[in-house]
Design a protein around this ligand. Structure first.
Ligand SMILES: [Zn+2]
Length: 131
């Protein structure tokens, strides 16, 4: 056996080995995956009741917390609703201002008819009388 033959044999063995590994590894992988799935499935199956209990306990706890803090929660939600409505009013006013320019200037009331007019207006826009 000369050196060349040894090299050829080594290369062949390595090639066959790699081919075998590729074939087997996919099989092994799918087998392992299947096994893993089976295990998690059986775990779920075995602990179905426990999971149900856990969910039930969680729901119960949530319910109790909600019931115990009903007043606080109501207060918080009504307060946040108030804050929200104030914010909406402000936004609506700003929106209106953006369109009409209303409210940008300071206002006063007409001496004669009481209409809301701009501070610097000389004549009332409602009754036309001099301020
Ligand atoms: Zn007026």
């Amino acid at each position: 056996m000369n050196g060349f033959t040894i090299v050829v044999i080594i290369v062949l063995v390595a090639f066959v080995g790699m081919a075998l590994m590729m074939v087997f590894s996919s099989k092994v992988r799918s087998k392992m995956l299947g096994r893993q799935m089976e295990i998690s499935k059986s775990l779920l199956e075995d602990n179905k009741e426990n999971f149900k209990d856990l969910a039930r306990v969680g729901a119960q706890m949530q319910k109790e917390i909600l019931e115990e803090n009903e007043d606080v929660l109501k207060e918080v939600s009504s307060k946040s609703a108030d804050i929200e409505s104030v914010g909406i009013e402000k936004k609506a006013a700003a929106f209106k201002r953006g369109f009409t320019g209303e409210g940008e200037k300071e206002t006063k009331f007409c001496k004669h008819c009481g209409a809301k007019i701009e501070v610097d207006s000389i004549f009332c826009k409602e009754c036309g009388k001099k301020q």
